[in-house]
Write a protein that binds this ligand. Sequence first.
Ligand SMILES: Cc1cn([C@H]2C[C@H](O)[C@@H](COP(=O)(O)OP(=O)(O)O[C@H]3O[C@H](C)C(=O)[C@H](O)[C@H]3O)O2)c(=O)[nH]c1=O
Length: 189
Amino acid sequence: MEIEQTPLSGVVILTPPRFRDHRGSFSESWNRQRLADLGIDIDFVQDNHSLSHEAGTLRGLHFQTPPHAQAKLVRCGRGALFDVAVDIRHGSPTYGHWVGVELSFDDGRQLLVPEGFLHGFVTRQADTEIIYKCSNYYAPDCDAAVRYDDPDIGIDWGLEASPVLSEKDAAAPRLRDLPAYFEWEGERD
Ligand SMILES: Cc1cn([C@H]2C[C@H](O)[C@@H](COP(=O)(O)OP(=O)(O)O[C@H]3O[C@H](C)C(=O)[C@H](O)[C@H]3O)O2)c(=O)[nH]c1=O
């Protein structure tokens, strides 16, 4: 299992080994002990799987508020997408900062998005499928969003045209208009 750090503490890129032969390929997409051996011991309880028909479909930026906050382990089941995490832990030295990673079925990479981060993605191909493990169950009353084009975050989505959005995402608020749901637990200066 390869692990690659990102500029946001806790957001890491994981690449499980993939075994290829004349039939195709095989990989263990999730192995709790392998992650625990890397110091990542998260009790995932729900798998999500969504299909987006058009390239340029953007879902996000989403999170669940405490006490139903979710960590997510994201992978691309078919096609390709650009996956983004945004630090919203108040007091964090990277508060409001984002990181984006291209994920595809072919490269087999995964992004770990901890609690306290927004998550969103935009598809790069038609009929792209995203599959992700969640560390807490869906809680509609705690489902929240921030607009994908929030100027205070400034994500470069690599869009060539306006994205395909849900009504919810098209009407999402700016980060500055949200309460402080998450506090950074690191050492303060
Ligand atoms: C998230 C979720 C949704 N639903 C139902 C609720 C709606 O009737 C339908 C579509 O939900 P939504 O439009 O919120 O789906 P996405 O826009 O893909 O949202 C997700 O996409 C971003 C990128 C995420 O990281 C979150 O997991 C999640 O917010 O599925 C469920 O029944 N369970 C669930 O866990």
